[in-house]
Design a protein around this ligand. Structure first.
Ligand SMILES: Cc1cc2nc3c(=O)[nH]c(=O)nc-3n(C[C@H](O)[C@H](O)[C@H](O)COP(=O)(O)OP(=O)(O)OC[C@H]3O[C@@H](n4cnc5c(N)ncnc54)[C@H](O)[C@@H]3O)c2cc1C
Length: 420
C-alpha cells in the first residue's frame, strides 16, 4: 500500500517570496511551516528604505503579510531555523530542521530592559555592520516576531547573569540549547533568496580601503530612519553631506570574473537611490555610470522621471578604477566614455557600487539533490517532484515578481500534494 500523503507544506525562507508562498498555502487550508534562518521575517526587503517604483516604505507591504500570518493558526513560524537534511519524496518528505537558541522565550514583551543592562556591543548585521548594537537586542524596531535575541558571545560572558536579572518577565533563558526538529511534509518551497555580492572582491574600487565607497545595500541603510545615521545620507569619512555622488552600475555584474549575469534590479535601485539623495540635498549632482539601463515595462516611467532631473546625469561609461585623495578622502574615478572613446578623471564625494544579487544557494546548497544553473540559482521552478523554488533562489528579480513567484509556488506545492 502506498504511503499516506502528508498535507502540510514547508516553506524555507521568510523573505517576500517565502511569505507569499506560506500565506497563500495556509489560506488555502494547508498546514504550513515557515522556516527562517534569521531572527525575524521579511528578508532583504526589511532592510530597504523605500521600494521602487512607488517609493513607499517596505513595511507597508510587510505589515499586511504579518497581519495575515497572525490571523492564521495553520501557519507556524520557526525563526533562527534552517533545514539540514531532507529525505523522502513528493507527498512524504522528512526534514530535519536545526534551530539555534535565541536565549529569549515567548514571555518577552520587548521592554528593552535587557538592552539597557547590557554593555557588550556587536556589529549590527541589520545595518550591514556600519554601526554597533548591544549584544542583547531587537534585530530592528519593526521586527516580526517582536522578540529580543541574545548573542552567543554575551551568553558565554560574565555579563550574562546581569542581563538575565534585568528582565522583569523571566524571558531570558541562558540554558537554551540548539535543537533539531523533525518535520514530515508533503511539499517544499525553497525561497532562500540572495546575498549582496562581496564588494571587496573588486579590488579596483577600493571598497575596503576607502571610507566613501559604499555598496548599494549600505546606501539603503544610510537613507533609512532606523539606519546607522538616522536616515541622513552622509559621507562615512567625516559625516558631511555629499555634494557629488556617483553610482557605478554593474559593479561586479555581467562580468566573467565576478557575477556573469544581470541582476535586473540594480539600475532601478540606483535611480531610486539617486532620488533619495535629491530629496535630502536638492543641489547635489549625481552621475549614474552605466553599460545599458535596464528599466523594463512600467519601470520605463521611473527611468524617464530620473532622466528629466537636471541634477541626475546618465553617463555611458565604464569605471575602471577608483582612487582616493588621502587628504580630503574625496574619490577620483577613472572612466572610459564608451560612446566617445575618451578617458576621463571625475572627482566625487561619495561613490555607490551597484552590486548584484548572488543566490544564497550558490554557497549554501539545498540539503537534497537539485539541479542549479551555472550561476548557482535553482535551475527549474519545480526542481524535482514536490520541491519548488521561488523568488531570488530561482532568478534575480524585484519584489513584485518574487511575490508572484511565491504565489505560483504555493499553487504548485498544493497541486503536488493533490496529485498524490
Ligand atoms: C540595493 C537593492 C535595492 C533593492 N530595491 C528594491 C526595490 O526598491 N523594489 C523592488 O521591487 N526590489 C528591490 N530589490 C530586490 C529585492 O530585494 C528582492 O526582489 C527581494 O529581496 C527578493 O525576495 P526573496 O524572498 O526572494 O529573497 P530574500 O529577500 O533574500 O529573502 C530570503 C530569506 O531566506 C532566508 N534564508 C536564507 N537561507 C536560509 C536557510 N538555509 N534556511 C532558512 N532561511 C533562509 C533569509 O534569511 C531571508 O530572510 C533591491 C535589491 C537590491 C540589491
Amino acid at each position: 500500500m502506498a504511503n499516506a500523503v502528508t498535507q502540510s507544506i514547508m516553506v524555507v525562507g521568510g523573505g517576500m517570496s517565502g511569505l507569499a508562498a506560506a500565506i497563500e498555502a495556509a489560506e488555502a487550508g494547508h498546514d504550513v511551516f515557515l522556516v527562517e534562518k534569521s531572527p525575524y521575517l521579511g528578508g532583504r526587503v526589511a532592510q530597504l528604505h523605500q521600494y521602487f517604483p512607488k517609493l513607499c516604505p517596505p513595511y507597508c507591504g510587510l505589515e499586511i503579510n504579518f497581519r495575515r500570518i497572525k490571523n492564521n493558526p495553520k501557519l507556524k513560524i520557526m525563526t533562527m531555523a534552517e533545514p539540514v537534511a531532507i529525505t523522502g519524496e513528493e507527498g512524504n518528505f522528512d526534514v530535519s530542521v536545526k534551530v539555534a537558541p535565541r536565549y529569549v522565550n515567548e514571555r518577552c514583551t520587548a521592554c528593552n530592559k535587557c538592552t539597557e543592562a547590557c554593555e557588550m556591543e556587536i556589529p549590527n548585521p541589520f545595518n550591514y555592520n556600519m554601526d554597533k548594537i548591544k549584544a542583547a537586542y531587537l534585530p530592528h524596531d519593526l521586527a516580526f516576531p517582536l522578540r529580543y535575541v541574545l548573542d552567543p558571545a554575551l551568553v558565554q560572558s560574565p555579563e550574562a547573569q546581569k542581563v538575565k536579572d534585568a528582565c522583569p518577565y523571566g524571558a531570558i533563558d541562558l540554558d537554551m540549547q540548539p535543537k533539531t526538529v523533525d518535520l514530515k511534509v508533503g511539499a517544499i518551497v525553497w525561497a532562500t533568496g540572495w546575498k549582496p555580492y562581496d564588494s571587496t572582491k573588486m579590488e579596483n574600487y577600493g571598497f575596503d580601503k576607502y571610507d566613501n565607497v559604499v555598496s548599494n545595500v549600505q546606501m539603503e541603510r544610510l537613507a533609512a530612519q532606523n539606519g546607522p545615521t538616522q536616515g541622513k545620507i552622509v559621507r562615512p569619512s567625516d559625516g558631511q553631506a555629499p555634494k557629488t555622488v556617483a553610482f557605478i552600475q554593474c559593479a561586479g555584474s555581467r562580468d566573467e570574473n565576478h557575477l556573469p549575469f544581470c541582476s535586473s534590479i540594480c539600475c532601478m535601485a540606483s535611480m531610486k537611490q539617486a532620488m533619495y539623495v535629491r530629496a535630502q540635498y536638492p543641489d547635489a549632482k549625481i552621475t549614474i555610470f552605466y553599460i545599458d539601463i535596464r528599466a523594463m515595462d512600467r519601470y520605463e516611467d521611473f527611468y524617464r522621471t530620473a532622466k528629466e532631473d537636471a541634477n541626475i546625469e546618465f553617463f555611458k561609461g565604464n569605471v575602471a578604477k577608483i582612487a582616493e585623495d588621502p587628504a580630503t578622502k574625496n574619490l577620483v574615478l577613472r572612466v572610459e566614455d564608451t560612446t566617445a572613446g575618451a578617458l576621463h578623471e571625475i572627482n566625487v564625494d561619495l561613490a555607490v557600487l551597484a552590486t548584484g544579487m548572488q543566490p544564497v544557494t550558490s554557497e549554501a546548497p539545498v540539503p537534497t539533490s537539485v539541479a542549479y544553473d551555472s550561476y548557482g540559482f535553482i535551475a527549474q521552478a519545480e526542481a524535482k517532484p514536490g520541491f519548488i523554488a521561488a523568488g531570488c533562489a530561482r532568478l534575480p528579480v524585484g519584489v513584485t515578481e518574487t511575490v508572484q513567484d511565491g504565489t505560483a509556488a504555493a499553487l504548485k506545492a498544493i497541486q503536488s500534494i493533490a496529485r498524490r
